[in-house]
Every structure is written in structure tokens, then in C-alpha cells.
Ligand binder design. Structure first.
Ligand SMILES: Cc1ncc(COP(=O)(O)O)c(C=O)c1O
Length: 401
């Protein structure tokens, strides 16, 4: 067997199941899960109907590169959303549809990492800590080592990029960033993104920017900035060394459609496309047609955001007086500091109030002397408004009883 498989950590939800096993939850209360980041708002009906109309797409093998109409719709969305120069993105060269960002984020490292660059040193993949665990697994299976940058409250839950030495950047081949971040909801600002692009040029590494939460934000006038936008504004209009990952899962409540895209540096994408042709992960044609409809409409996305905005405002009114938590920059997560250990908090909350939250230490590793996820829990406000309010009231009761 591939020995790198032994390096893969159990997924956070396996650890959570183990923590909960043997605990009997309060049976007088219904269960509310705030643990999983799976959108629960309604899928847009017009997309579902189009998917049904196009279902005969099952009769054809789709191409890995996707149909031009989908890449064109994605291109138009990117240009409009991130104010990119109109001639800077070509749907033939700069965009590849993917079956959700998860598989693409994972596969990307295999395609770009040069394993034997320096036989004495494993290549590094630099990533935030806590993180979306796929980055770490991708590092191991590509023959690289993960290098974690802690995100702590002292840094507003953003990775402390300044703490990384030149030697580490020199060894880095790929940097994963996640903005808005899972689990912290923090957004990396334009100046920092531009600093990272300069570092990537200086040390010759690639930036993979996971932006799958970019459309879940609270200030309609101030959407999160993206890596391509930061690159274009500094004159890097061929997006050299920059690749972004976007998804319809959170934006359009379509996690089961498995539809997203990667966009950016055309040379990197040409090689990634070559890799994917062998990987065999083309998006089914009917999913491509449905995706076009979703990328072309903003109304359903605005309506979706409005539901999150109300949930966050009202849930925080209940929780802020009793818990160390504040509104994130964006995303649908609350990242709260716990008064006890994160595992104890999660276990006792489950026992007393039948609510599941995810211990922060399940999303992070011990690095540079600390585990930045410990004493935190992640709460995904994905359930209905009423359920989220009910959950907040129970958490308040739990903390004040
Ligand atoms: C940070 C982050 N990236 C990527 C994904 C994958 O999303 P999808 O594969 O549905 O696009 C998730 C899903 O929860 C996530 O939290």
C-alpha cells in the first residue's frame, strides 16, 4: 500500500462520533447539529428544474474541460464579481470546471508538486492552522510535508504570514489559503494577498486560494476580496502563480450538484487539465447545464445571504453576552472561545442540550508550541432560522445554568 496513506488523520467527524459515543443526550430536546458545514437552505428551484430538463446528458461522456458555455458563464461571473479587466480571462485557457472544490483542492497538489526537487528535503505545502483538512491530506499524498501557520485571536484569526521564515518560503512549493476562512470566517485583505503574490514570485511557489465561502458575507457593499482581484490590481493580469477555487455548494445551496471551478494562471491550469484527463473526473453534462443557470443568477444568492445575515445578527444577540464570540468577516461559521476545554464543552453541551458543535482541536494540529484550535468550537449556522435561534438559547442556558 501507499505508505503516505498512513499519514492521513481521521476526519474531524470521526473524532466527533467517538467523543459522542457513550454520551446520552437530553432526550426531552430534539437534536440540533451545528457541527457540519453543509448548507441547509433551499436549493434554487430554477436550477433543479433545469437539471431535470437536461438529464438526458447522461447519454454522453462529458469532456474534462467542460462545455464552453459553462466556462464562459464562469468567466463572466468572475469578471463581474471581482472587477477583473475584461480581456484578462479567456474561458479557453483560464477556467476548468471541477466536481466541487474538495476534489480539486486535493487533486491540485498531486499535479503541481515536484517531489524530487531537492532529494534531501521534502517539498513544503504551507497552510493555515486550523484548516480544511483536505489541504493536509493533499500535502501528504503529493509527497510533500504540511507546514502550518497558526491563526489565533491575537491575529484576528488570520494566518500570521510574517512569522514564516525565508527558508520556509524557499522550500514552499504550494500555499493554500482559505478566505473567507473555515473555521474562523476571517477574510484576508487585499494588501496581504498582494504581499503573498510578491512572496510567490520571489520564492517561486503557487498560491491556491480556496474561496468557496466568498459569497456568504454580511455587508452587501463590501464583499470579500479575491486573489485574482488582488493580482489584477497589482498588474499581474496573467494571474501568474495564482489559482482560485470556487463552488456552487455554499453560494447556491447546491452541495449535491458537486459543481465548482478553478481559475487563474493558464500554464498551471494547462497542466492541471492534463492531470485531470487521466484522473477521470469530468462533470456530468446535465450538471454543467444546471451550473450555467446558477452562475448566471445573483438574485438567489442575495436572498440566501439575507437569511444568513438575519441568523447571525439574532444568534449573536443571544450568545455574545455569555460566550466569547463575535461576528466573523464572512462565511457561515461562528468560531467561539470556550470557557472549558473544547472537547468538554462539546460533550457536555451534547449531553445537556442535545446540540452538536465541533471541537476546534479536531480541525487543527499542534504547531509552533500551541494547538490554535483548542479551547474553540465551530458552530455552523446552516440550519433554519428557528433552529439556530433555539440552539443559541439552549447554549445560553447551558452556559448560565
Ligand atoms: C474550506 C472549504 N473548502 C472546500 C470545501 C468543499 O466544498 P465543495 O467540494 O462542496 O465545493 C469546503 C466544504 O465544506 C470547505 O469548508
Amino acid at each position: 500500500m501507499n505508505p503516505e496513506l498512513d499519514k492521513l488523520h481521521p476526519y474531524p467527524f470521526e473524532k466527533l462520533s467517538a467523543l459522542k459515543s457513550g454520551v446520552s443526550p437530553n432526550s426531552k430536546l430534539n437534536h440540533i447539529a451545528l457541527s457540519i458545514g453543509e448548507p441547509k437552505h433551499k436549493a434554487p428551484q430554477f436550477v433543479v428544474e433545469h437539471l431535470q430538463q437536461q438529464v438526458n446528458g447522461v447519454s454522453a461522456y462529458p469532456l474534462t474541460k467542460g462545455i464552453p458555455e459553462l466556462r464562459q458563464a464562469i468567466r463572466d461571473w468572475l469578471i463581474q464579481r471581482f472587477n477583473l479587466p475584461n480581456d484578462s480571462l479567456d474561458h479557453e485557457q483560464h477556467i476548468i470546471p471541477v466536481n466541487g472544490t474538495r476534489e480539486a483542492l486535493f487533486a491540485f497538489a498531486q499535479a503541481v508538486i515536484e517531489r524530487n526537487h531537492d532529494p534531501l528535503k521534502a517539498p513544503l505545502i504551507v497552510m493555515p492552522n486550523p484548516f480544511y483538512q483536505i489541504y493536509e491530506g493533499a500535502a501528504y499524498l503529493s509527497g510533500a510535508e504540511p507546514f502550518y501557520i497558526n491563526t489565533t485571536s491575537e491575529n484576528n484569526y488570520l494566518p500570521d504570514f510574517d512569522s514564516v521564515t525565508d527558508e520556509t518560503w524557499a522550500q514552499c512549493q504550494l500555499l493554500y489559503i482559505c478566505s473567507p476562512g473555515n473555521p474562523t470566517g476571517a477574510v484576508i485583505d487585499k494588501t496581504t494577498l498582494q504581499k503573498l503574490i510578491k512572496l510567490a514570485e520571489q520564492h517561486d511557489f503557487i498560491i491556491a486560494s480556496d474561496e468557496c465561502y466568498s459569497e456568504i458575507y454580511f455587508d452587501e457593499k463590501n464583499p470579500p476580496v479575491g486573489l485574482l482581484e488582488a493580482a489584477a490590481e497589482m498588474g499581474n493580469t496573467d494571474y501568474s502563480r495564482c489559482v482560485v477555487f470556487h463552488s456552487l455548494s455554499k453560494r447556491s445551496n447546491l452541495p449535491g450538484l458537486r459543481s465548482g471551478f478553478v481559475a487563474g494562471d493558464k500554464n498551471i491550469l494547462a497542466n492541471f487539465l492534463k492531470y485531470r484527463t487521466y484522473h477521470g473526473c469530468a462533470m456530468p453534462l446535465h450538471h454543467q447545464h444546471a451550473s450555467i443557470k446558477a452562475w448566471q443568477d445573483e438574485k438567489h444568492v442575495e436572498e440566501n445571504r439575507a437569511i444568513y445575515q438575519k441568523k447571525f445578527t439574532d444568534v449573536l444577540k443571544i450568545l455574545e453576552p455569555v460566550l466569547d464570540v463575535k461576528k466573523p468577516d464572512a462565511s457561515f461559521y461562528l468560531w467561539a472561545k470556550t470557557p472549558t476545554s473544547d472537547e468538554d464543552f462539546a460533550k457536555n453541551l451534547f449531553a445537556e442540550q442535545n446540540i452538536t458543535v465541533l471541537p476546534g482541536s479536531y480541525l487543527s494540529r499542534q504547531a509552533h508550541g500551541i494547538n490554535p484550535g483548542s479551547q474553540h468550537v465551530r458552530m455552523a449556522l446552516v440550519a433554519s432560522y428557528d433552529e439556530c435561534i433555539e440552539a443559541a438559547q439552549r447554549i445560553r442556558r447551558f452556559l448560565t445554568s
